[in-house]
Design a protein around this ligand. Structure first.
Ligand SMILES: *[C@@H]1O[C@H](CO)[C@@H](O)[C@H](O)[C@H]1NC(C)=O
Ligand SMILES: *[C@@H]1O[C@H](CO)[C@@H](O)[C@H](O)[C@H]1NC(C)=O
Ligand SMILES: *[C@@H]1O[C@H](CO)[C@@H](O)[C@H](O)[C@H]1NC(C)=O
Ligand SMILES: *[C@@H]1O[C@H](CO)[C@@H](O)[C@H](O)[C@H]1NC(C)=O
Ligand SMILES: *[C@@H]1O[C@H](CO)[C@@H](O)[C@H](O)[C@H]1NC(C)=O
Ligand SMILES: *[C@@H]1O[C@H](CO)[C@@H](O)[C@H](O)[C@H]1NC(C)=O
Ligand SMILES: *[C@@H]1O[C@H](CO)[C@@H](O)[C@H](O)[C@H]1NC(C)=O
Ligand SMILES: *[C@@H]1O[C@H](CO)[C@@H](O)[C@H](O)[C@H]1NC(C)=O
Length: 450
């Protein structure tokens, strides 16, 4: 049933246009969150919005402020330019006016990327080696553009945690990896076992993806991300499929990591502020969350393989109000050799909601800590042991989930706040192997089990 919502939503007509770039400077406050949460109705509103117009009911969180409404609109919709669109030729500034040089759309050097993005609808990035501090910026793609990564894409060392090597935004765009292509994050130049917690500065967000309106990103092979991988932020009505994130090399310790895995905090997919997103057919070998969803609605994650990870997660709460997550489906997936299998964590003292989450047809194996984990006690990124009830966790279904955890692990762990969990159900769920006792404070009947 939850599968159908996405199919319907993806097939529906949603119009979002514009400079999604603007979102880079848009803080996700309550007002903007309400706009994102309202999806296509907010976009339609913004398309015709004029200052002084009545504030729509979905924007109640904007405190009646016309300025905040205008600002939220500018973050989700930009009118099409009235000038003529760029053409595939530019006039050389030094040559006589009669000669023109054609902008290459097939780029073999980093310096060719920016002009190609401005001029071309069909861009190939062929064996790009990006120099130090030089990100591949694809945030001003034309509507309908396609970008193909070909050969090996690599990055020279950049000593900054602010560096974001690949940035993508666009409307109705396709981002594709050619057969055999590799995007190499060069993690070996950064890994020291500490991830984002210290040590060497590391590019903190390898890839930022803000695609909208029936865009697709597919067939990418990404290896050796320095720390966090793909930030899927503000994606509307789009699909991400057949992506491999292979950070296996980071499992081995190196000379700086004191015996720990060299790579750390290497989340593969960090999903936030997305509406109507499908992630499917992906494979991940990493050292942190495989897929983690926050502040989103209508997200399906299907046919994903996760190894070495922290599993398939929902992260509820966060600072300030307005953190709502709803209608999330994880299905037909495998989690192996990972810290957790399936996890819903919400922040201590936070507010918000996690509603309508289904995990179905999932195989777990070799899980080190918890098979199924629901915890309302996260503080500074880790469990505090004290659950709070500001985040409503409701209608959570586990169906056809089976597998095993190691003896040191627990099959199930549920720590809900007082009265904040409702309707957590298990159907045909069998997790075994844990010799630590499972512990579930909700429902009153305790953990599922034999
Ligand atoms: C989520 O999907 C449902 C079912 O297709 C649809 O009715 C709803 O509008 C979607 N929500 C948003 C915010 O687009
Ligand atoms: C979104 O894409 C559809 C085609 O899939 C197109 O008809 C529509 O105009 C696009 N919307 C915008 C705002 O570009
Ligand atoms: C990176 O920058 C830090 C300061 O942020 C500096 O201490 C360190 O020496 C630099 N490392 C390299 C390899 O340039
Ligand atoms: C992942 O990377 C490791 C180390 O480079 C390699 O041995 C392995 O074959 C890769 N796996 C896949 C599926 O490409
Ligand atoms: C399991 O993950 C660890 C790192 O956490 C890695 O060293 C090991 O090779 C992985 N084993 C398998 C079977 O994938
Ligand atoms: C919990 O939230 C309340 C209200 O926002 C705040 O006053 C309090 O300091 C918070 N407590 C902790 C331990 O963060
Ligand atoms: C978000 O969740 C909170 C807590 O359940 C709820 O009060 C609020 O109405 C929700 N906001 C939206 C925009 O759904
Ligand atoms: C949760 O699912 C129920 C039943 O499909 C639906 O009525 C409700 O609107 C959903 N809640 C949210 C917040 O989307």
């Amino acid at each position: 049933m939850l599968i159908s919502f996405l199919t319907v939503a993806l097939a529906g007509v949603v119009t979002v246009r514009g400079d999604v770039n603007a979102r880079d400077s848009c803080s996700h406050d309550n007002c903007l969150r309400a706009f994102i949460g309202a999806g296509s109705s907010a976009v339609s509103f913004c398309q015709t919005h004029t200052s002084g117009a009545a504030i729509p009911t979905f924007a109640a969180n904007c405190d009646g402020s016309a300025a905040r409404v205008a600002s939220a609109c500018s973050c989700i919709y930009t009118a099409p330019p009235t000038s003529t669109p760029p053409v595939a030729t530019i006039t050389s500034t030094t040559a006589s006016p009669t000669t023109t040089t054609t902008t290459p759309c097939h780029c073999t050097a980093w310096s060719q990327i920016s002009p190609a993005v401005a001029a071309c609808l069909d861009i190939t990035l062929d064996n790009i080696q990006a120099p130090t501090s030089s990100a591949i910026i694809l945030t001003k793609l034309q509507t309908g553009a396609s970008v193909t990564f070909k050969g090996r894409t690599s990055f020279d060392f950049t000593n900054s945690s602010q560096f974001k090597p690949i940035q993508i935004a666009g409307n109705h765009v396709s981002i594709v990896g050619a057969p055999g292509s590799v995007i190499d994050g060069g993690g070996q130049q950064y890994w020291d076992g500490l991830g984002t917690n210290g040590g060497r500065p590391k590019p903190g967000q390898f890839m930022k993806v803000q695609i909208t309106n029936h865009s697709i990103m597919r067939d990418l092979y990404i290896e050796n991300i320095p720390s966090h991988g793909i930030n899927v932020a503000g994606v509307l009505d789009s699909t991400i499929q057949n992506i491999v994130v292979n950070n296996s090399l980071g499992d081995a310790p190196n000379s700086l990591s004191g015996g720990l895995a060299a790579a750390h905090n290497t989340d593969a997919f960090d999903v936030g502020n997305c509406v109507n997103l499908l992630i499917q057919d992906c494979k991940v070998w990493n050292q942190d969350d495989c897929v983690v969803v926050s502040d989103s609605t209508n997200v399906t994650v299907r046919n994903v393989f996760c190894s070495g990870s922290h599993g398939l997660s929902i992260a509820g709460g966060g600072t300030g109000p307005g953190h709502n997550i709803s209608n999330i489906l994880f299905t037909d997936s495998v989690v192996t050799n990972s810290t957790n299998g399936l996890r819903i964590k919400t922040d201590f003292n936070a507010t918000g909601s996690v509603v309508n989450v289904t995990y179905s047809n999932i195989a777990l194996s070799n899980i080190k800590q918890y098979g199924i984990d629901i915890e309302q006690d996260y503080l500074n990124g880790g469990p505090s042991g004290i659950a709070t009830n500001g985040v409503r966790v409701e209608n959570i279904r586990f169906e056809n989930v089976a597998g095993w955890v190691v003896p040191e692990a627990r099959d199930y762990y549920v720590l809900c706040g007082d009265g904040s969990c409702n309707g957590i159900t298990y159907k045909n769920v069998h997790i075994t192997g844990g010799e630590e006792l499972s512990s579930c404070n909700y429902p009153w009947s305790g953990c599922p089990g034999p």
